[in-house]
Design a protein around this ligand. Sequence first.
Ligand code: HEC
Ligand code: HEC
Ligand code: HEC
Ligand code: HEC
Ligand code: HEC
Length: 395
Amino acid sequence: MSVLTHFVVWAMMFLLASPVQAEEKKLRHVAAKDCSGCHQQIYDQWKHSMHANSTALSDPIHGAFYQKVMGDPLKEGLRKQGKYPVCLKCHVPAAARDGKTKMDALPAYQDGVGCTTCHSMTAFKGVKNEKGGLRLGVDAYAFSDNVIQASSDSNFHPEIESAGQKVLFKMVGNSTVLKTNAVCMGCHERRNNLNKVPLCQTGDEIASAPGSTDCQLCHMPVTNGVVDHSFMGGHTAKMVSRGLLMTMKNEEVKTANRLTLTLRNKLPHNLPTGAPFRNIYIKVMAFNDAGEVVWRNAKGHPLKEDKQSVLWYRLGDDQNKNAPPPKATKVLGDSRLKPHEVRDIEYLLPKEGISRIEAKAYYSLLLPGNIRSFNTQLPEYAKQPKLIGAAAITL
Ligand code: HEC
Ligand code: HEC
Ligand code: HEC
Ligand code: HEC
Ligand code: HEC
């Protein structure tokens, strides 16, 4: 045998002897679709939720910001100033745990906040780390990744199939994590920008409110015997309207009609809560006998003309000018309703010629400035305000 043949035979034996290690399937790589066969209703609810549409590929609003701040969601190895794009820790949890950035690489990445993100959580570590910094999204949790190849152990969730493989997993997630708001807080408690300015802080808001802090009671109600997984919030007018009670009274004073609008936040968190660009505003109009508008508080969005009617979180820079979330260095104002706050706003209207007064409350996912800068990237629904409340009186 020549040396060469000897080597080839040896190499072949070596290759045959070492089994190609089948990569072990991880629970975080099990796609939501694999759960749909047996939990169809929950799957359908989730599929239409913002959790299932949280990636830059499926949420046009997040997509517009992500591309501007971070870059191409289809690129692997994307880094911003040498750092992994922090957004993915909440918006694409499975990719973040793999350290990947190409969002269409696996169905489980495209799932965004998918079934196995929440249902594999074993512990909530809290969002504050030892150094006083924040643990964002997936960093705030411990997870179980133990997908077990088919076995007959009955302590597991019934066997399921994922990408042609039979898998079993243990439902370790059904614990205090899922029964309390710990399952939400890792992503919803607080997030700061690089200048340590808080962007969203639903958790901090709720900590300051008396009474229940259980997110699931409102956001995952039991309907028709099933735990609802639609996770409704700012994208659903009906949900936002649940938070606001608006009433109106008018008093004739010497030279005017004094109108008082009372706004009540029925929620244990701010109204609106969440992302800093969410805003609620009120348009007030007075009509004469002929039904013509004789007075109004503002023509378009009242941000400039009537500040008191806008509930918003105002971020700014060192020159005290409005600034977008990534660039803000300070908070210039916060007129959102605090948990359970009741607030009166007043208007003086002309005394004569008014027969009816009407107020309408609108919710907008974005501020007028955001809509201007991302205009062509945004679908119509993202630009259109939603009517969330109305009140009227006839004089
Ligand atoms: C082959 C059918 C099947 C598939 C696929 C399936 N499940 Fe289940 N699942 C069940 C059955 C059966 C139960 C027990 C009865 C029930 O609660 O509906 C269950 C129960 C559960 C429970 C409640 C467990 C508890 O202890 O309260 C959760 C959570 C759950 N499944 C999550 C998932 C997730 C996540 C997936 C996808 C990774 C999935 N299931 C896929 C059949 C399935
Ligand atoms: C954002 C976190 C989150 C996501 C995402 C999520 N779940 Fe759940 N799920 C929960 C919580 C919280 C509960 C309620 C746990 C409790 O109270 O015991 C729950 C309950 C369940 C139950 C038990 C329902 C019942 O009626 O007893 C099933 C089954 C389930 N989820 C399946 C799924 C499937 C399938 C998906 C994906 C399509 C999914 N979940 C996505 C958090 C989540
Ligand atoms: C792994 C991170 C993560 C977890 C855990 C999580 N969420 Fe979310 N949630 C998100 C992200 C990201 C979005 C925004 C998606 C988007 O709009 O692009 C979101 C959006 C929402 C919305 C807004 C929906 C809308 O209409 O805009 C609600 C409500 C919500 N989550 C409730 C919950 C509740 C309740 C829990 C706990 C049961 C929870 N979430 C757990 C990441 C998470
Ligand atoms: C009493 C019912 C109630 C409870 C409890 C509650 N919420 Fe809400 N939540 C609402 C309503 C109603 C809205 C819509 C109004 C708004 O956007 O502020 C909402 C909106 C939201 C949004 C949407 C923000 C956006 O940008 O679209 C998020 C996120 C959210 N809640 C998270 C939570 C979390 C996390 C908890 C638990 C810590 C929680 N909520 C507890 C009723 C509740
Ligand atoms: C700590 C978790 C977390 C991180 C990190 C995070 N987000 Fe979010 N993001 C959320 C949650 C939760 C929501 C939805 C609820 C809310 O408004 O608070 C959201 C909502 C948004 C929205 C509104 C989406 C819509 O449909 O209206 C945009 C835009 C957004 N995030 C952009 C980003 C960008 C860009 C980054 C990275 C620079 C980022 N987020 C990082 C948790 C996070």
